[in-house]
Design a protein around this ligand. Structure first.
Ligand code: AAT
Length: 288
């Protein structure tokens, strides 16, 4: 008889979706940090398989092993469409992964990061150095407030706005999924402005994906949903929506610019850019 070598791990992290009664779990070797802030509970764990794992209210936000997928896709898809992005606003994303990717574009002179919860930035700086290290870059300005309020004070200010938010059902994330918010982002963008927002996924969260996509479509002249494989977010695929005042994510895309890019990328390239806008049949139906 085959020997069963499996021993149940002593300590496990569980993310449980109470609406659908499904979840994921992973062994943890160390609970590095925990804090209940004014907004949410932050936890950072060490795991043997995925490196550091950062969760908010028990939901995985990012982890070392595969954070590059989400952060590259939310940043490079819009930034390679803009002819010369100089001033970028990131809303949410206090871990710093999106800011790190944005700063790979040498044209960028300033990144404003508007994160609701200062404690997320502090925890990331202390415990997630691989993700957060560019938050100390002098080009970065850190603002701690609700991004939906912050963005409403600008007009024709930014070349790109990236919405790296929690799910709309978590904490204050819902404030970053309203049509009014998307409209204020539109107003805050310059003429050639580009935009990208995380817009949930088509298996468990299709209602929110459709809602977010439709609201962005109602607001911007150009809006296109794109997809990627993001194993850290159950069930494993994710979507973002590219939007702009006039630039098209395919017609205005120059693959040569990506081929000439001299920074290391692990997921995004000129082929992935184009492919990510080719949606599976059921997703096309959902958003049609
Ligand atoms: N970079 C991947 C990590 C995140 S975390 C999203 C961040 O958005 C959190 O730090 C949260 O504090 C911040 N946030 C939430 N609401 C607001 C708001 N109204 N204004 C500014 N920041 C906000 C994204 C994870 C995606 C999860 C997908 N399942």
């Amino acid at each position: 008889m085959a020997e069963n070598n499996y021993t149940f791990p002593h300590t496990i992290f569980t993310e449980y979706d109470k609406v659908h009664n499904v979840g994921v779990f992973t062994e943890i070797t160390n609970h590095i940090y925990t804090e209940q802030t004014d907004y949410q509970r932050i936890d950072i764990y060490e795991t043997p398989t995925f490196g550091k794992l950062f969760s908010l209210d028990g939901v995985i936000m990012t982890r070392d092993s595969d954070e590059f997928v989400y952060h590259e896709m939310i940043s490079h898809v819009p930034l390679f469409i803009h002819p010369d992005p100089k001033k970028v606003l990131v809303i949410g994303g206090g871990d710093g992964g999106t800011v790190r990717e944005v700063l790979k574009h040498d044209s960028v002179e300033k990144v404003v990061l508007c994160e609701l919860d200062k404690k997320v930035v502090e925890a990331a700086l202390n415990y997630l150095p691989n993700i957060s290290y560019e938050l100390k870059n002098p080009k970065v300005e850190l603002v701690y407030e609700d991004g939906s309020k912050f963005v409403s004070q600008f007009k024709d200010e930014f070349d790109a706005i990236l919405i790296d938010s929690t799910d709309p059902t978590e904490g204050e994330g819902g404030l970053l999924f309203t049509e009014e918010f998307y409209h204020n982002c539109f107003e805050a963008l310059k003429e050639n402005g580009v935009f990208s927002a995380q817009t949930e996924e088509p298996f468990l969260k299709k209602e929110w994906m459709i809602r977010a996509y439709k609201r962005i479509t109602n607001t911007f002249n150009v809006a296109r949903l794109y997809m990627g494989y993001v194993p850290q977010y159950m069930p494993g695929t994710w979507t973002w929506t590219f939007a702009s005042k006039n630039l098209d994510p395919i017609k205005d895309f120059d693959p040569e610019k990506v081929r000439e890019f001299n920074k290391e990328l692990k997921y995004y390239d000129e082929e992935v850019h184009v492919a990510s806008f080719s949606l599976p049949v059921f997703v096309k139906k959902l958003i049609s």
